[in-house]
Write a protein that binds this ligand. Structure first.
Ligand SMILES: Cc1ncc(COP(=O)(O)O)c(C=O)c1O
Length: 368
């Protein structure tokens, strides 16, 4: 039996042909595919402005820059996410203020946000973790009350929705990633969405060194970056967009099988609130007390099953411990549990029902 990885991108001959044709054309950057990708995202999200960038981390970084977030400001970040969500706050010199998560959804615990708000708070970055929308309405109420910006970190959640509306269309800005573990991938890549035309202009300027073209003349009016996506990456994403929905439906079916087959006496399985359409970028469970998660990962590897922890309790990783020295077990008990006892099981488009059966039986056996 072949090893079942945690994740595997679904790259078809059509994707490869499209990439090859762009590379052979010699137009590797700033050609028509980046523009086409942006148009596709605008249509997909009901004409919200889209900019293709080099990855999901720089999309978050530009979002903070666009909103003028800087040293002295605070930004609310869930304590459990990929480190990138908080790193970008550090990159602009602001302070990430961590809020614990809900252990059923792995998303920020909305009930704890207000306690973390101070006069320095400027924004909230809700993360739609593992492809599940946060409780947007509740977050909006808080953001309005305290006049805070919302930057949706939808890196894992392309195609996910909240009350029937796509995530990424609620916040002031929203970020997506095309890292190989996401629903569709270009290796590296990201998209930044906004409803605001002025923000959009600025994003397109800043991603290209602060460029401005006036009367055919090129000038640089800001200290911008090179955050551009290549045209062959855009072509690769575009080629996969038409099967995004098929992949989501397949993963929804597989997640139901996990839900039926995994031993719920030993594992806490994820819960999907009625407001959300979960896209299952990751199927993440909590291993109940008494079972060593890391040993389980090793044993599963011996059974040819790739698993891993799902995300970090960010304030617990070394860089954040050195700077903030927070007692995570006490302050963020759910994020800490998710980091220490969380287990991401294989989930991807090419996975099949027999494999889910084998994985579930093996997990159940190893934890009995
Ligand atoms: C929640 C979250 N935010 C941000 C990122 C960063 O995206 P990228 O890897 O494309 O820089 C990731 C991960 O890949 C992520 O999972």
């Amino acid at each position: 039996m072949e090893f079942i990885p945690l994740s595997k991108p679904n790259i078809t001959d059509k994707d490869l042909q499209q990439v090859e044709s762009v590379i052979r054309s010699g137009m590797l950057v700033q050609g028509k595919y980046v523009t086409e990708l942006e148009k596709t995202f605008e249509q997909y999200n009901n004409l919200i402005h889209a900019s293709a960038l080099s990855n999901g981390t720089v999309t978050l970084h530009l979002a903070l820059k666009i909103l003028g977030i800087k040293q002295g400001d605070e930004v609310i970040v869930p304590a459990f996410s990929y480190v990138a969500t908080a790193n970008v706050v550090e990159h602009v010199g602001a302070t990430p203020v961590f809020v614990d998560i809900d252990l059923n959804t792995f998303n920020i615990d909305v009930g704890r946000i207000e306690n973390a708000i101070t006069s320095k708070t400027k924004a909230i970055i809700p993360v739609h973790e593992f492809g599940l929308s946060c409780d947007i309405d509740a977050i909006n109420i808080i953001a309005k009350k305290y006049k805070l910006f919302i930057i949706e970190d939808a890196a894992c959640a392309l195609g996910a929705s909240y009350k029937g509306q796509h995530v990424g269309t609620f916040g002031d800005l929203a970020s997506f990633s095309f890292h190989p573990r996401k629903a569709i991938t270009s290796g590296e890549g990201g998209v930044l969405l906004t409803k605001d035309a002025a923000y959009d202009r600025k994003i397109k300027q800043l991603r290209n060194h602060g460029i401005e073209v006036m009367d055919g003349k090129m000038d640089f009016i800001e200290f911008g970056y090179n955050y551009r996506m290549t045209d062959f990456q855009a072509a690769m994403v575009l080629s996969q967009m038409d099967r995004l929905q098929k992949g989501i439906l397949h993963k929804q079916k597989l997640s139901k099988l996990y839900q039926q087959k995994l031993d719920q006496n030993k594992l806490i399985l994820p819960v999907v609130p009625s407001y959300a359409n979960h896209t299952w970028q990751t199927y993440h469970v909590i291993v109940r007390g008494g079972i060593n998660r890391d040993t389980l990962i090793e044993k599963l590897k011996q059974h040819k099953i790739g698993t891993n922890y799902g995300a970090q309790c960010i304030p617990h990783v070394t860089a954040y411990q050195m700077k903030y020295k927070l007692d995570c077990k006490k302050l963020f008990p759910n994020a800490f549990t998710a980091y220490m006892q969380g287990l991401a099981l294989p989930m991807y488009d090419l996975l099949n029902e027999q494999q889910i059966d084998y994985i579930s039986k093996t997990v159940n056996k190893l934890i009995e």
